[in-house]
Design a protein around this ligand. Structure first.
Ligand SMILES: [Zn+2]
Length: 351
């Protein structure tokens, strides 16, 4: 049995189409009327978009129904699916808490409400029947004001029991004019001891070397091996792992063919840059993590050995995995010496 670590998954994009459609039918008259038939909804929801901007628009549909009241419903189904179908042992779940607050409140009241959102998500993710070690990454957003993003960084530092890092999301076209602001926010986050990742070098418009020094992992980063391979030695030296989400690039029109993806992996391996394979939006794509792995193998992008290296890298670069080893090696040790386990367990000894 293999257990996996998922480092890049959005709370909104994690909702699989069937769960979202059922939610509309049961609880949302207007959206239920807009999407009366499931097959048509699935086709609409999962179809490829032309650009990243167009793709990100789709997130607003899910965000509009993820409220303080409904979040436990969605988080429960997310973890249940991830445990049963994906064998996840570890999950970093990311989202912008501000976008789950009540839109009818003032900006400052919404900022105050963010703490409730993080606690609701954190408590909903603690499920004894689906024991995945789950932590949150809070996303600053390129379309939100500075005050909101700064409050997101503060909140991440306030709740280490639920939050393991910060991210920057929301469309990379918008970074340019506010670059100094985002650098300052990352610098501030690092000064508070926060772990950092950021959506960067995903598209040709999203290449900002100025942000690289502040990131411990790079969300996507595929344009580095494709367009700026000269940066790879420094990425390797800084031990910055790339969070590569293969299906995304074909849903956003960022890549056109698999040979480009093969180049990403080949150049990173050759330079000693670690890659964690992730889903980004497993629900929106209808592609779960084991299928991302399988697709890369069957389409000859990776060998089994290379896949395993990426799976190991995911645990190594996890911001909050609490054990020195990954669970597969812990399990195999246990299987090799079950006596140790039996002696340690009073229940088993008495039996
Ligand atoms: Zn993402």
């Amino acid at each position: 049995m293999t257990l996996h670590a998922e480092l890049h998954r959005h709370l909104g994009g994690s909702v699989v189409p069937r769960v979202l459609w059922r939610y509309f039918q049961r609880n949302h008259e207007q959206l239920a009327a807009q999407f009366p038939d499931y097959p048509e909804f699935e086709a609409f929801y999962t179809r490829p978009r032309n650009t990243l901007e167009e793709y990100l628009e789709l997130h607003t549909l899910v965000e509009s129904v993820q409220t303080p009241i409904t979040l436990p419903y969605f988080v429960y189904r997310l973890l249940r699916g991830a445990y049963v179908f994906e064998n996840l042992a570890y999950l970093e779940l990311r989202y912008t808490p501000y976008l789950r607050t009540s839109p009818d409140l003032s900006e400052s009241a919404r900022i105050d409400q963010m703490v409730d959102i993080v606690k609701i998500v954190g408590q909903s993710a603690q499920l004894s029947e689906y024991p995945i070690f789950t932590r949150q990454i809070l996303c600053m957003h390129s379309r939100l004001p500075y005050a909101v993003n700064r409050a997101i960084v503060d909140l991440a530092a306030q709740l280490p029991e639920y939050v393991c890092g910060i991210d920057l999301a929301g469309g990379d076209l918008q970074y340019r004019e506010r670059l100094d602001e985002f650098i300052a926010l990352y610098r501030y986050g690092r000064s508070l001891g926060l772990n950092t990742t950021g959506h960067l070098y995903e598209t040709v418009d999203g290449c900002y070397p100025e942000l690289l020094p502040y990131l411990m992992r790079i969300g996507h980063g595929i344009q580095i091996p494709l367009l700026y391979p000269e940066l790879l030695p420094q990425i390797a030296q800084q031990r910055q792992c790339l969070e590569v989400c293969p299906t995304t690039y074909f849903k956003t029109g960022t890549l056109e063919n698999l040979s480009q993806l093969k180049t990403v992996f080949e150049r990173c391996f050759a330079s000693g840059v670690d890659i964690a394979i992730c889903t980004d939006n497993a629900g929106l794509h209808n592609v779960r993590l084991p299928f991302e792995y399988e697709n890369l193998l069957t389409q000859d992008v990776l060998s089994f050995q290379e896949l395993q290296a990426c799976q190991d890298a995911a645990f190594r670069h996890a911001f909050a995995w609490p054990y020195p080893q990954q669970p597969t090696s812990m399990l195999s040790q246990l299987l090799q010496s079950p006596d140790v386990f039996l002696e340690d367990s009073p229940t088993c000894v008495s039996r």
